[in-house]
Design a binder for this molecule. Structure first.
Ligand code: USQ
Length: 406
């Protein structure tokens, strides 16, 4: 199999490149390095240092000779993209090349516009390029569980049976995104579904839960720092468990937004790679549009904060929980139940328990407390959904003055 990864330099993209190469799969990648620039723009950096792409490629070539290649470019450039498809003739295209942060998309009109232009038009470009140059290839597209929102109903895997005024149909389950970022993924979903129908493309649209983790089968930042993938903890690009873990190692109160009953599906990085590999290895039929709900477990953000607090305690670090003002507009207590049957049917099995994963994360992060402390000012939430930020009262922002208890 010959896999093209859009967004090779990202948190998942680099991990997936090494994971597929380790399986003997030939991987080529594209990236425009926008993630590195955006994290810098919000004043942060990856807690775990990462190599430049050229150094990453040397490491990959040493570990998996001849398996990983890369070309810098932007998928919004149609000629560039079609050139890559013509040359590489991929069997599978994994599309991770989008701006992934809800808060970034809510900063202001410019950031919302950028997010939707980059994500929606990038995907549209890809769909046209596939129609013309790779119509047989399998598109594995990273969507998000956030496309469904929190509907107060069981969430099916993409489609559901409905009866309305005496007639029955199987329709796409309603999408209720909670940010301009999540909305961009909904727009992608509609465009991908349309092109499967009208052009006969084949696609797996992955509704992925919130990711967390540092270590995969191929990546171990503690033992071999050269393999590391990025790890963001700032209020814009850090996801909630990753943020809690970075906060814990510096003894910073864990930032539960609002009441803390927000409930989501979660998935470790190592298992995201496992699931994406399964999707690649099991393509749908020509013309088929299918949806995988990709998650391991459902938790609310207070339960998770307590789990991180206990994990930190096992390392001798004492941390408190802090209910900060919620910068987002979202349900803080709600029903949440999700179907996720398709990946387990294809062989997906969770690799580690939450506790094992948290222990590993804290062990990997403890060596980088200085880097996290240096960027402590970007931990508190400032980007608000109503544009009136910062969310946290200044008095509260300054209240963190205790000496870290590491
Ligand atoms: N939250 C906190 N404290 C924090 C950070 C977040 O309580 O310090 C809460 C948020 O209010 C939210 C929940 O945790 O209710 C999840 O927030 P998040 O920032 O971890 O995740 P989200 O913004 O939903 O986006 C992330 C990824 C995105 C992916 C999505 C999957 O950034 O790329 O699509 O997770 S999902 O959430 O299932 O839509």
């Amino acid at each position: 199999m010959n896999v093209l990864i859009l967004g090779m330099d990202g948190y998942i993209g680099w991990g997936l490149s090494l994971h597929l190469a380790a399986k003997g799969i030939t991987v080529s990648g594209i990236d425009n390095f926008s993630r590195r620039r955006h994290v810098e723009e919000v004043g942060s950096w990856s807690a775990i240092p990462i190599l430049s792409m050229s150094d990453r490629l040397s490491v990959a070539d040493r570990l998996y000779p001849g398996k990983v290649s890369f070309i810098e470019g932007d998928i919004l450039d149609f000629d560039f993209l079609t050139g890559v498809l013509k040359r590489n003739r991929p069997d599978t295209i994994v599309h991770l090349g989008e701006m992934p942060s809800a808060p970034y998309s809510m900063i202001d009109a410019t950031h919302a516009f950028y997010t939707q232009q980059n994500n929606v038009l990038g995907t549209l470009n890809l769909l046209f390029a596939m129609r013309d140059y790779s119509p047989e290839a399998h598109l594995v597209k990273l969507g998000t569980m956030g496309e469904y929102g929190t509907p107060n109903l069981d969430i099916p895997e993409g489609f559901f049976d409905i009866e309305y005024r005496g007639k029955k149909a199987n329709l796409m389950f309603p999408r209720q995104p909670g940010s301009f970022y999540h909305a961009s993924k909904v727009h992608d979903t509609h465009n991908i579904m349309l092109t499967c129908k009208i052009w006969g493309l084949r696609a797996t649209d992955i509704m992925q839960g919130v990711l967390f983790g540092t270590r995969t089968h191929e990546i171990n930042a503690s033992k071999n720092p050269e393999t590391a993938t990025r790890f963001d903890f700032d209020e814009v690009f850090g996801t909630v468990i990753n943020r809690y873990c970075a906060q814990a190692v510096i003894g910073y109160p864990l930032s539960i937004y609002g009441k803390g009953g927000q409930t989501r599906g979660f998935l470790s990085l190592i298992d995201s790679l496992q699931c994406l590999a399964i999707a690649c290895e099991n393509p749908p039929e020509k013309g088929e549009y299918r949806v995988f709900n990709q998650l391991e477990n459902v938790y609310d953000v207070t339960t998770l904060a307590r789990a991180v607090q206990r994990a930190a305690g096992r390392m001798g670090i004492s941390v408190t929980l802090d209910h900060t003002v919620n910068p987002r507009k979202e349900a803080e207590e709600h029903y949440y139940k999700v179907d996720a049957h398709r990946l387990p049917k294809l062989g997906f099995r969770p690799t580690r328990t939450l506790e094992q994963e948290l222990d590993i994360m804290l062990e990997d992060l403890i060596g980088f407390t200085d880097r996290i402390r240096q960027k402590q000012s970007v931990i508190a939430p400032r980007t608000t959904w109503d544009g009136k930020g910062p969310a946290m009262p200044v008095s509260q922002q300054n209240s963190f003055s205790e000496k870290p208890s590491t």
